[in-house]
Design a protein around this ligand. Structure first.
Ligand SMILES: *[C@@H]1O[C@H](CO)[C@@H](O)[C@H](O)[C@H]1NC(C)=O
Ligand SMILES: *[C@@H]1O[C@H](CO)[C@@H](O)[C@H](O)[C@H]1NC(C)=O
Ligand SMILES: *[C@@H]1O[C@H](CO)[C@@H](O)[C@H](O)[C@H]1NC(C)=O
Ligand SMILES: *[C@@H]1O[C@H](CO)[C@@H](O)[C@H](O)[C@H]1NC(C)=O
Ligand SMILES: *[C@@H]1O[C@H](CO)[C@@H](O)[C@H](O)[C@H]1NC(C)=O
Ligand SMILES: *[C@@H]1O[C@H](CO)[C@@H](O)[C@H](O)[C@H]1NC(C)=O
Ligand SMILES: *[C@@H]1O[C@H](CO)[C@@H](O)[C@H](O)[C@H]1NC(C)=O
Ligand SMILES: *[C@@H]1O[C@H](CO)[C@@H](O)[C@H](O)[C@H]1NC(C)=O
Ligand SMILES: *[C@@H]1O[C@H](CO)[C@@H](O)[C@H](O)[C@H]1NC(C)=O
Ligand SMILES: *[C@@H]1O[C@H](CO)[C@@H](O)[C@H](O)[C@H]1NC(C)=O
Ligand SMILES: CC(=O)N[C@H]1CO[C@H](CO)[C@@H](O)[C@@H]1O
Length: 580
């Protein structure tokens, strides 16, 4: 779907319909942005093009910093009607006879991260006169874009003067764009957009002037109407922002097939409040088939992304092939204080080729180790800090397949199926091997997330209460933090643990580590791991039935009850003494 315009009509067009952008370098150039390789010299070494004398000015390519490989000239964004195209007028002068060679690319979105190739232009230059004219680009598929001129292999200084871009009539009319989703919160109210519950923040639609009443830094006008009576959707949360908080706004499901044209997402966002850079706005595609898996679509390149603050900014991203909804995801990653508003969301056909949806992380994680296609659900032994040879690898087992029948669990956890995740040492295991280390696939975590899992541990050759084996669960997304840890010799059957994750919004793995102080025979098993928003019952399997409940589990409950009664008696006793 990428259309490369190879054909170029170079002609002098006498009547330009309108001169949209123009720089003569006699006053500061506002319509184009030049990179640091370009400079307007105070003293001209030859006549300029505007005045044709030595007191006029032009811009010169200087190559003092060689670190940047490309020279880019960027104009402001351009909007074209259906029968319009772009005409570029430029005048160039070379110090020595030669040629100039540049590509015209179209970029969409204010961050210029989405670009499609346009035309390639090359022509000879003279060292004694200005060469140039007007180039009409016959056909442009997009109707809203930035234009980039990327110069290739410039070997000698180049001067440019009277650079202009104009919108001119096209011989061909652009096919109409197909719009599959359009939401400006004024003409179209979009009740189908829903803010997901179970997350700290709630997206809501608001009138600009009303938002100002809550938060003076909120956008005072919306994008689509452009005045204070217009509406946008925002997170009204400046007073309720929390470290690690997240808000998710979900669209209906889109279905894009290979035979469709490419589709792209367009929307306007407005970052406001203190330290908005410390908050993150992203758009994920959420798979319909597997409601846990997501792929980030915007920002296209998220590394060290700089969000625009205190004004509306155009966000753009090519979409994927497949069946998915979009999630507008805002999180307070490091610090709280800023937020985002969104307006004019639209999904329309565009000039980009689409790749198939391919998940990069997930909103939640569940694994009962019983699936036939992917029994470990992407959990992997982790060798980040340790060499593979120094770690005892975990495996999927069932009560019938484990080698140490005496120590290992005689039943599965009782929550699901018959298989579990297993780690063990026998008398034959090298005494050097005392560690197990594994991690979940990447998960989009936040402050409202809980982990739940069953574990089993039994060991031999230990003193009473020696606590020779340690299980550690850690999350390192924001800071290194232990989620749960236990030192023990015997778990007395399967135990269920439920624990909050740290208050952190991140894309991270959860790490499980098993270590022994002294190597002994030991069997450790995990089952029914689920990491999801607290309060949602994510285990799809049935609750334990009494017939499969481990006898030792009941006995440990019994011990707990005895402990509780003892504590109560102690407290009562203390009170007694107090009153006496
Ligand atoms: C150059 O041309 C400009 C505009 O015509 C004029 O104002 C200026 O005086 C000229 N300078 C010289 C040195 O002729
Ligand atoms: C600058 O000049 C050096 C040496 O002539 C060349 O290798 C380099 O590509 C030039 N830089 C740019 C941005 O063209
Ligand atoms: C655009 O071009 C088409 C075909 O060339 C023509 O039929 C149509 O009238 C033109 N529209 C306008 C607004 O000029
Ligand atoms: C904003 O607050 C002022 C004073 O509290 C009130 O008079 C005004 O009606 C409010 N405006 C909106 C749009 O809610
Ligand atoms: C805001 O813009 C809309 C649409 O252009 C218009 O109907 C309305 O009167 C405007 N309101 C104000 C207060 O300017
Ligand atoms: C997308 O949904 C359509 C209609 O439900 C279905 O026919 C198609 O197989 C789905 N595509 C994928 C990749 O799952
Ligand atoms: C664990 O698995 C890795 C990769 O399969 C392997 O290289 C390594 O030797 C194994 N470790 C042990 C202790 O067997
Ligand atoms: C330990 O090694 C012996 C001899 O190689 C073997 O017979 C026995 O089955 C092994 N035990 C375990 C638990 O692997
Ligand atoms: C255990 O470690 C020691 C020292 O690191 C090494 O010399 C020895 O060969 C190792 N033993 C085995 C069985 O890997
Ligand atoms: C733990 O291992 C001992 C043997 O060392 C065994 O008697 C006991 O039943 C095991 N406990 C569980 C809960 O399997
Ligand atoms: C804590 C919380 O908000 N839990 C809710 C999560 O979502 C489910 C289903 O929407 C609700 O039933 C829970 O009350």
């Amino acid at each position: 779907m990428v259309t490369i315009i190879g054909l170029l009509v170079i002609s002098l067009i006498s009547t330009l319909s309108s001169e949209a952008f123009y720089c003569d370098f006699e006053k500061s150039c506002e319509d184009f942005v030049f990179d640091s390789h370009w400079m307007v010299q105070k003293v001209s070494s030859h006549i300029d093009h505007t005045y044709q004398n030595l007191s006029g000015h032009y811009i010169t390519y200087t190559n003092t910093s060689v670190s940047q490989p490309l020279t880019i000239i960027r104009s402001q964004s351009i909007e074209l009607g259906p029968n319009e195209t772009i005409c570029i007028t430029h005048w160039m002068w070379s110090i020595k006879d030669g040629a100039v060679d540049f590509d015209i690319n179209y970029a969409q979105g204010d961050d210029l991260q989405s670009q499609s190739p346009g035309a390639h232009i090359g022509f000879p230059l003279s060292d004694s006169d200005w060469s140039g004219g007007t180039i009409g680009i016959p056909y442009i598929l997009s109707d809203h874009f930035y234009l980039l001129l990327k110069f290739n292999s410039m070997t000698s200084p180049l001067d440019i003067d009277d650079l202009s871009l104009s919108i001119c009539p096209s011989s061909q009319s652009r096919p109409p764009t197909t719009i599959v989703f359009d939401c400006d919160f004024d003409k179209t109210l979009c009740p189908e957009l829903k803010s997901l519950s179970n997350y700290s923040y709630t997206w809501s639609t608001i009138e600009a002037q009303q938002a100002q009443n809550y938060t003076s830094t909120a956008p005072s006008i919306d994008y689509s109407i452009g005045n204070k009576t217009g509406h946008y959707i925002w997170l009204n949360n400046l007073d309720s922002l929390q470290f690690g908080g997240v808000g998710n706004l979900q669209t209906p499901i889109f279905r894009f097939k290979q035979s469709d044209p490419g589709f792209c997402l367009n929307f306007q966002y407005y970052g406001f409040g203190a330290s908005v850079q410390l908050n993150k706005l992203a758009v994920f595609a959420l798979s319909e088939e597997n409601e846990m898996s997501v792929q980030q679509v915007w920002p296209v390149n998220p590394i060290n992304y700089i969000y625009t603050n205190n004004r509306w900014s155009w966000a753009f991203a090519p979409l994927l092939l497949g069946n998915f909804s979009l999630l507008f995801h805002m999180d307070s990653q490091y610090e709280v204080g800023g937020s985002f508003a969104i307006d004019s969301i639209s999904i329309r056909s565009c000039d980009y080729s689409s790749k198939w949806f391919s998940p990069t992380s997930r909103l939640k994680f569940t694994c009962d180790f019983d699936s036939s296609s992917d029994p470990s659900c992407g959990i992997q032994n982790d060798y980040t800090d340790l060499s593979p040879q120094s770690v005892i690898n975990t495996t999927i087992q069932s009560p019938n397949t484990i080698s140490d029948l005496e120590l290992g669990p005689r039943q599965a956890s009782g929550w699901s199926g018959s298989r579990f995740f297993y780690w063990s040492r026998s008398d034959n295991t090298s005494t050097n091997l005392t560690t197990g280390y594994f991690k979940t696939p990447l998960i989009e975590t936040n402050r409202d997330m809980c982990i739940r899992f069953s574990y089993f541990l039994n060991s031999t050759d230990v003193q009473p209460n020696q606590k020779n084996t340690k299980i550690d669960i850690a999350a390192n997304g924001c800071a290194v933090s232990t989620v749960w840890s236990n030192e023990l010799d015997d778990s007395f059957g399967w135990q269920l643990v439920q624990q909050r994750l740290p208050n952190c919004a991140s894309t991270e793995s959860i790490y499980f580590r098993i270590t022994q102080k002294r190597p002994t025979r030991v069997a450790v098993a995990f089952d029914d791991i689920s990491i999801a928003q607290c309060g949602t019952d994510v285990l799809t399997t049935t609750t334990p039935s009494s017939s499969t409940t481990d006898v030792n589990k009941s006995s440990s409950n019994y011990i707990n009850i005895i402990l509780l009664i003892t504590i109560l008696l102690l407290i009562l006793n203390m009170h007694f003494e107090y009153y006496n």
